[in-house]
Design a protein around this ligand. Sequence first.
Ligand SMILES: [Zn+2]
Length: 138
Amino acid sequence: MLDDLQQLALAAAPQEICGILFGENGRISARRAAKNVAADPIRHFEIDPRTLIAAEREQRNGGERILGYYHSHPDGVVEPSMTDAASAAPDERLWLIVNGQKAAAWQAIEDGDIYGRFSAIPLDCFGAKGQTAGEPES
Ligand SMILES: [Zn+2]
C-alpha cells in the first residue's frame, strides 16, 4: 500500500495528494483517495469534504473506521508543516505523510511535540505487527 501511495505522490507532484486512511488499533487496512481541494494544491492540501463526509457517514453506519489521513509533501520532508498543525484537530487520528520516497506517521494530539499538535508514531502500522486482537494465542 505504501509503494502505491509513493507512486501516486510522484505522479501528482508538484501537487500534493491526499486521502483518508481506514483501520483500527493503529493499523491501516485501506485508503481512499480524495481530491485535493486546496486553493493552492502545490503548497497545501484539503481533503474534499464530500469524500470525508461520506466516509464519516459510512463509519456511523457500521463501515470501516477512519484511522486518519494521508497527504504528500512533494518538495521534501515528511514532517508536518506549521499549516498542517494549524489545520489538525487534536482528535488522535493518524497523519501519514509521504514524499515519493520516505514516509512518516504522526498522531494529532493536544500538546504534541511538533507545533503543539503532532507526535511521531512508529510506521509499523501496515502489517500484522502490533495487531494481536483476534489472533490465536501461541
Ligand atoms: Zn503537509
